[in-house]
Ligand binder design. Structure first.
Ligand code: CTP
Length: 449
């Protein structure tokens, strides 16, 4: 029996795919089709695939040409598969001419004619209406957004606005953005959605105005510093069927997401302790907003939502109490440590603008622990460790660019697919973070060091 193998993403299955599969099958008796996993595509920078792996597998099966469908999940798998399945011919479209000649060592390589004029890329482009986005607040944080957005499908940055007109001009010039707006209303008239990267204390009013004008909102973290404000904003968003998402980039990081679901599925047993730390020393420039108490400066507001994320994701929003210890300077916390007690677990977090800490994340369970070295908040690597070290496992991922692309992609995908909320950082979790920030503001269970 002559066995053929071929690979592809097979997104939005089209006639080109069907022709290719037919031609491949005609080369022998048994056709194996390798369909790329979602994670593998993401790792190779294919962030815009529309159908998930199950849908793509079903579509390939429905053509009737595949005798067997397998999942392609890692670089080098083709060689393993060819040997494992005793493959005679590796077939692929002629757009790959020459690229797979190295497989000749293992089986015959055949490049089949590609169908002209059609591709998944073309179909995705034709079926997408770009979501027009405006950027509000043109400072350091926003500067990373346009480049990151450029690798995401379905988004067009159309306008920018900063309270400081000269900043808006500079930003629009640097990033080649069409409209330089003088106020929020002008920007809101031009866009479908906004990305808010203005100072913390302006978030509430900017989000509310945007939602009331029917715009989806992606807002930098911390979204707001009061639970009641978060509650009100989410209820406006819900009522108007708009997406309101807190831009916590770690929540969308592929490695972090995988870590969360693995821990949830019990690989280190029951979770008893989460310890997360993050610090960022500035060059003693005390004129920065981060050190200004009137602008909600300080390490808790600035960094707190990152270490709170794994705690809340893993142990939930129903903690029994939280105690906070801070070292203050000129009215802002240069260092804060928080201890959260859950019914069967205790967690702690450390954030510093004026104190350097070991920035790792350790999740301890009844069977083992997860160790994520600094910078765990944008990690591409973690380990699961056990008493029996032979059981230890290391996991590696890809983290591209500044990492905002993952949250931008999720935001756009929520809008296009009319998903009202993201499971990566849902409304209840965002509300919980606002509640903790408020407790900190009100100095409840608070001790100054
Ligand atoms: N293929 C083809 N003719 C086309 C498009 C794809 O023969 N018009 C072949 C590819 O050469 C490959 C297989 O179909 O052997 C699966 O390719 P895939 O990458 O999934 O399809 P594309 O449409 O090229 O996807 P994309 O635009 O995302 O690269």
């Amino acid at each position: 029996m002559k066995k053929i193998i071929t690979y592809g993403t097979y997104d939005l299955l089209h006639q080109g795919h069907v022709n290719l599969l037919r031609r491949a099958k005609e080369l022998g008796d048994y056709l194996i089709v390798g369909v790329t996993s979602d994670g593998y595509d993401r790792d190779r920078g294919k962030l815009n695939v529309r159908n998930n792996v199950l849908e793509r597998v079903e579509a390939v099966k429905a053509t009737g040409y595949a005798d067997e469908v397998i999942i392609e999940d890692y670089v080098g798998q083709k060689i393993d598969d060819i040997q494992k399945y005793n493959v005679d011919i590796f077939a692929i479209g002629s757009d790959w001419e020459g690229k797979f000649d190295y497989l000749n060592e293992y089986c015959k390589v055949v490049y089949l004619p590609r169908t002209e004029g059609i591709s998944s890329t073309k179909l995705r482009a034709e079926s997408t209406v770009d979501i027009k986005v405006g950027i509000v607040g043109c400072g350091r944080v926003a500067n990373r957004f346009p480049d990151e957005a450029s690798v995401v499908n379905g988004i067009a940055i159309r306008a920018a606005y900063d309270i400081d007109e000269s900043k808006t001009h500079e930003f629009v010039g640097n990033h080649n953005i069409n409209s330089c707006c003088c106020n929020l209303d002008e920007l809101l008239r031009l866009v479908d959605a906004v990305y808010i990267a203005a100072p913390h204390l302006s978030h509430y009013a900017l989000i509310k105005e945007s939602l009331l004008n029917g715009k989806h909102v992606l807002c930098e973290t911390p979204m707001v510093l009061r639970e009641s404000e978060a509650r009100e904003l989410f209820s406006i968003a819900e009522e108007k069927e708009l997406i309101l998402m807190e831009a916590n980039k770690t929540a969308h990081c592929p490695a972090f997401n995988h870590l969360m679901v693995m821990i949830k599925s019990g690989v280190i047993g029951e979770i008893v302790d989460v310890d997360a730390s993050l610090s960022k020393l500035w060059d003693d420039d005390m004129s920065l907003r981060e050190f200004d108490s009137s602008q909600a400066g300080g390490s808790m507001y600035e960094l707190g939502s990152y270490p709170l994320l794994p705690i809340i994701k893993l142990l939930g929003i129903n903690f029994k109490n939280i105690n906070i210890y801070s070292r203050m300077q000129n009215g802002v916390d240069m260092y804060t440590k928080g201890v959260m007690r859950y019914p069967h677990a205790v967690c702690s977090f450390k954030v510093g603008l004026g104190v350097k800490t070991e920035g790792n994340l350790i999740i301890s369970g009844t069977k083992g622990y997860a160790y994520v070295p600094a910078p765990w908040w944008k990690t591409d690597y973690f380990e699961l460790r056990y008493e029996d070290q032979n059981q230890n496992k290391k996991f590696f991922y890809k983290w591209d660019g500044a990492g905002l692309r993952y949250e931008i992609q999720e935001f756009i995908s929520c809008i296009i697919n009319k998903r009202i909320s993201t499971s990566r950082l849902n409304r209840k979790e965002s509300l919980c973070m606002a509640k903790i920030m408020e407790q900190f503001t009100n100095r409840i269970n608070f001790v100054e060091l």
